[in-house]
Design a protein around this ligand. Structure first.
Ligand code: 13P
Ligand code: SF4
Length: 332
């Protein structure tokens, strides 16, 4: 398809469907484009290995937000999912932010529409609204404060104990925070399709095969998985645990893309992905949204600076407040 036709179809398709020469070395082209366009590539740990390797910075949701805020390049290329690119645009609105595939959503963000949250807030007017960053800009705009999995307990602990809280959209992370902080937050009914796919029976079998392995899990996982874990934390927390703990074997209950960076950090240790249910599309839990980004789409979005992330100014201004509050508390 030629460029003009591809641009016309962009709103429907969500990414540029432009043909590239056969055998093109996308990595080499992307390196050239980075220089030519003064671009920076920010990637999440769940991106495919080739994308992580070519990125200027790889991190968890919180680290990526800090980076996006301080970026001085002309073009921010976000190799992650839509809410992450949107957060980058909210934090650094004068920069152009592109995402290789606009379809790269998130089951959590999709589970919480701004209209529904607004109606829920009206039913509980005395409650403060804390939202996980895995939400749309519109949802952030009606939130009081945001959090990520690395700062969630710190954010909640910063709120007076007698202040009732609505926590959205992840019920598993919310239940974990309730347990950790002794709160009784009202939880939204959202969940991550990847972290809900782990099979406890298969996990127990994997542990039987590797009895010395430490089970570690992301807090988006269900309670019965978290109960088996010796450590629970964000993606960067999990990597740090594997690096600093003297154990040699780990069963990792989060999206399998993390194993790339983790294994680089601990080349001599054995890492086993936590197994997913039989009916899951991938035996080791890959996020179908994160994996929508490919090297080809990354190359095309850098070359043509499309698809671009736009956030209406009024929403951007309102959404910035809960994100800035989070960053301020987090850095204390
Ligand atoms: P963190 O990288 O902040 O742990 O979040 C994981 C996640 O949900 C990304 O989709
Ligand atoms: Fe959303 Fe889960 Fe995918 Fe993260 S792993 S982007 S929370 S669906």
């Amino acid at each position: 398809m030629n460029l003009e036709t591809a641009k016309k179809g962009l709103d429907d398709v969500g990414f540029l469907e432009v043909e590239t020469p056969e055998g093109m070395d996308y990595a080499a082209e992307i390196v050239k484009l980075k220089k030519e366009k003064n671009a920076v590539i920010l990637a999440h740990y769940y991106q495919e290995p080739a994308i992580q390797d070519i990125a200027d910075f790889v991190g968890d949701s919180l680290q990526l937000s800090y980076k996006a805020k301080e970026v001085d390049a002309d073009l921010i290329v976000f190799a992650g999912v839509h809410f992450m690119a949107e957060t980058a645009k909210i934090l650094n609105p004068t920069k152009k932010v592109v995402l290789p595939d606009l379809n790269a959503g998130c089951s959590l963000a999709e589970a919480c529409e701004a209209e529904d949250l607004k109606a829920f807030k009206e039913k509980h007017p005395d409650h403060l609204v804390v939202t996980y960053v895995n939400t749309s800009a519109e949802v952030k705009a009606i939130s009081d404060i945001c959090c990520t999995s690395s700062n969630a307990t710190k954010i909640i602990d910063s709120i007076p104990e007698d202040q009732p809280i609505i926590f959205a959209p992840d019920k598993n992370l919310g239940a974990y925070i309730n347990k950790e902080t002794g709160r009784n937050m009202l939880l939204w009914e959202g969940a991550c399709i990847v972290h809900e796919a782990f099979s406890i029976d298969k996990l127990i079998n994997t542990h039987k095969e590797h009895p010395k392995a430490h089970i570690i899990a992301h807090p988006e996982s269900e309670e019965h998985i978290l109960k088996t874990a010796e450590y629970i934390g964000s993606t960067s927390g999990l990597i740090n645990y594997v690096k600093t703990n003297p154990a040699q074997e780990f069963i990792v209950a989060t999206e399998a893309g993390i194993l790339h960076e983790m294994q680089k950090e601990v080349p001599g240790k054995s890492l086993y992905p936590a197994p997913a249910h039989e009916d899951n599309t991938c035996a080791c839990s890959e996020c179908p949204y994160m994996k929508m980004n490919t090297m080809k789409k990354l190359y095309l979005c850098m070359k043509y600076e499309l698809p671009e992330i736009h956030v209406p100014e009024d929403i951007q201004k309102k959404a910035l407040i809960p994100i800035e509050r989070m960053l301020e508390i987090s850095s204390r």
